[in-house]
Design a protein around this ligand. Sequence first.
Ligand SMILES: [Zn+2]
Ligand SMILES: [Zn+2]
Length: 237
Amino acid sequence: MGTWQDIFAAKIADMHLTESWILQEDNSLQVHVLKPGWKEIVQRRVFGRFQCSQCFHEWSSAKVHILFHMRWSRSRGRGMVRMRAFRQACRRCPEPQLEEPKFSEDTMKRLLHNLVLKILKYFYHLPIQPSDFLEVVVDAPVVGPHDSARCEGCQLGVCSESRLAPALDAWEPLTDADKARTHRTLKRQGMRPCATPTHHPSPFNSNFLWKRCCCIGSSLLCVLAALLFVLLYFTRK
Ligand SMILES: [Zn+2]
Ligand SMILES: [Zn+2]
């Protein structure tokens, strides 16, 4: 099974991004606490599995939230993503510690696919449609209510916030046709990230310039041919 970093690197390569992007797990990340230039995504209600490191009790939760902070650094020439999956503690142990959630590889791939689309939207200004995102929230049977006292997300107010404002960043399911379209679009465009929309490089610029040169060149040739014809016509006389 691949790590977050492996899958992220593969997704970045899939989207034909040549710049380096790094993903780091960071348990100090806070919701809505961002420095200028950073963007935030909160993926709510992901299905995850936990195991207690003391009594080895296992449980599942459909209310695991994952926080991503990301930014493109022009000076360093690289992108950075920090992520935090909110932990849960065992119900059976009197003094449990917070355990990291585990996700299926499919869930990780879907999450990171959506994350990379957000990177393309925020930092490369590509037109990403809601239908380009993959569905992450899975309907899986989970026994029992959500144990708020043992949920890190609840303690930090992330779970309650999701009840009030569900899915600000809804990832919508992606059809095969959409996938193919996104893939083609990205492949065609030689992409460079841009920190501000004003320096936003149009992927069609070089193509446009080339066409313009051809147009001017052929017009000049026509004028030259006409001049030559007129010159020859009069010198023959
Ligand atoms: Zn336990
Ligand atoms: Zn919670």
